[in-house]
Design a binder for this molecule. Structure first.
Ligand code: MG
Length: 366
């Protein structure tokens, strides 16, 4: 019998701006899911990262399952009611459609799912990022799966010798899912050429070439492609199975020590370092910096173990200091150049209006 892990995540309201969901909102969603999921799914875990609430659901219904997605959607609707009662900021902001239609893809919430036959031991990682977009995972997964400087298993573990298949999506294409499959190690230059553009090309999934098993699933939603305007950052989630013929947990975590600069931060319009944080961390400086949390689980017969918090370790305090320094350094230059996203990515309409107003004032000197 196959197990499916589904992470479904949404921002449905937060307290004091973009800081975190209110305690009451979190409990309402938790109680609803625990109640409604009994007998329907195997297990549920709920957590928050910044202003987002993520549900990790273990079940046997496969990916894009209507019942499972409806459970999450209804929980977010129930939470939105409470968010509105409390006057929370951005109540229901990621629920972009009125009626549920089969699954939550294209409706606002972020989704990452993998269906697999459980190994005798089945460790996996659940990542949730806030104040950034799905391309934030491009560099860490490239390094964790294709670069022996970060993944020593590519040299030391025979089961990884054959490499991995990357499925990469062109997220600027809105007519459907435009994807390409490329293999490591032979295609790494092509993979790098695509993944350098975090706003357009996003790793959707990775499969082992040793056994064909899916190792990674990333949510690829771009909210402004759905809503046609800025509604919030896409705040991606990711599932990564680890150990055995896959990278070790530490090999997947290692690239997050770079705190690479990603899109997001204040008003989803800036560049900031991705800071690895502990579970249930809030958002603060300049509505950021962009953050990522990681819960490490095992699943057995569909039951989730209580997770370990992968970034709750003294090493990551040092890394967080580095991220703070990098955040401060780029913030010193305010709106100038690389600190703010290019015009094509600026998600607030204000700048577009401003340019339209200024346009007729330009003169061409002869
Ligand atoms: Mg968010």
């Amino acid at each position: 019998m196959k197990t499916t892990l589904s992470i479904i995540k949404a921002d449905i309201g937060s307290v004091g701006g973009h800081i975190a969901p209110s305690r009451q909102l979190f409990s309402v969603v938790k109680e609803y899911v625990e109640d409604a999921s009994r007998g329907v799914v195997n297990d549920v875990f709920i957590s928050s990262t910044g202003d987002d609430i993520a549900l990790l659901i273990s079940h046997q219904q496969g990916v894009l399952n209507e019942q499972v997605h409806k459970l999450a959607w209804d929980a977010f609707l129930e939470g939105t009611k409470r968010a509105k009662q409390q006057g929370l900021y951005g109540a229901g902001q990621d629920l972009l459609k009125d009626a549920f239609t089969g699954n939550v893809k294209g409706m606002g919430p972020a989704v990452a799912e993998i269906e697999f036959e459980e190994r005798p031991n089945e460790p996996f990682l659940m990542f949730a990022a806030d104040k950034t977009d799905p391309g934030a995972y491009n560099l860490p997964v490239y390094l964790a799966f294709a670069d022996p400087m970060y993944n020593s298993g590519l040299i030391l573990a025979p089961k990884m010798e054959k490499g991995f298949k990357f499925t990469i999506m062109d997220v600027s294409y809105t007519e459907g899912d435009r994807v390409i499959e490329l293999n490591t190690p032979e295609d790494i230059y092509d993979i790098a050429a695509l993944l350098r553009d975090n706003q357009r090309f996003v790793v959707e999934s990775i499969h082992s070439r040793e056994d064909g098993e899916q190792v990674v699933s990333v949510s690829t939603t771009r909210l402004h492609n759905i809503a046609g305007k800025y509604t919030g950052k896409d705040d991606p989630v990711m599932l990564v199975r680890v150990q055995g013929s896959f990278p070790a947990t530490g090999e997947v975590l290692a690239p997050f020590s770079i705190c690479h600069y990603v899109a997001g931060f204040m008003r989803g319009s800036h560049t900031g370092p991705l800071m690895p944080v502990k579970r249930n961390s809030t958002i603060s400086f300049f509505d950021g910096p962009p953050i990522v949390s990681c819960m490490a689980f095992c699943v057995h017969n569909g039951k989730l173990t209580h997770p370990a918090d992968a970034f709750d370790h003294p090493f990551w305090d040092y890394v967080r200091d580095k991220a703070s320094r990098k955040a401060y350094e780029i913030r010193e230059q305010g709106f100038s150049g690389a600190a703010m996203l290019p015009y094509s990515e600026l998600e607030y309409g204000g700048i577009v209006k401003k340019m339209e107003k200024l346009e007729p004032q330009f003169e061409v000197r002869q």
